[in-house]
Design a binder for this molecule. Sequence first.
Ligand code: FMN
Length: 162
Amino acid sequence: MLIQTPQASTHFSPDYTSTFTPLLSLVYTSASIHLMTEAELDALLMKSREHNSQLGLTGMLLYYDGAFMQVLEGPEENVRMLYTRIGQDPRHHRVIRLLEEYIPERNFPDWSMGYHRLKRADLERMDGMMSFVEVDEFLNYFRESPKRSMILLQSFLKSSRL
Ligand SMILES: Cc1cc2nc3c(=O)[nH]c(=O)nc-3n(C[C@H](O)[C@H](O)[C@H](O)COP(=O)(O)O)c2cc1C
């Protein structure tokens, strides 16, 4: 059995993927069934990171007052399999795919699942982003123009937390 410290399991080891497998990046948004507590988010993240490391998946999860945004990237088959599973998870609903594209290399290579709990100030600081009062406003804003989601996700590349 491979024993990893919490920090080590957060980081992706490139050994898991074959160079010949197409890399897919998939972004979706969803609404949580109820407002998530820190403990619930921590549990979700811990499990996700452990699982994603085994599958050679990387990405970033954002949570904003009842809304999720997540990018999954890695071998196409594994991304699709996980996305199907996530879509059936009873902790959220209204799961909508925003972006799906093949990528030459990973955008989030260091994160088996980066995480940031978004605050209104995060959005206000960013050019062109607005602050959202309602979950629906948040979801609609990105559904109207899906490319905005990647800009937001990538802005947390350096400041995600373990
Ligand atoms: C918003 C959201 C994001 C999730 N992200 C991941 C993820 O990145 N990786 C993962 O393995 N599970 C993720 N899950 C959990 C899966 O839906 C599913 O519960 C988990 O993969 C099942 O693992 P198990 O069969 O080992 O219990 C996520 C769930 C939600 C609600």
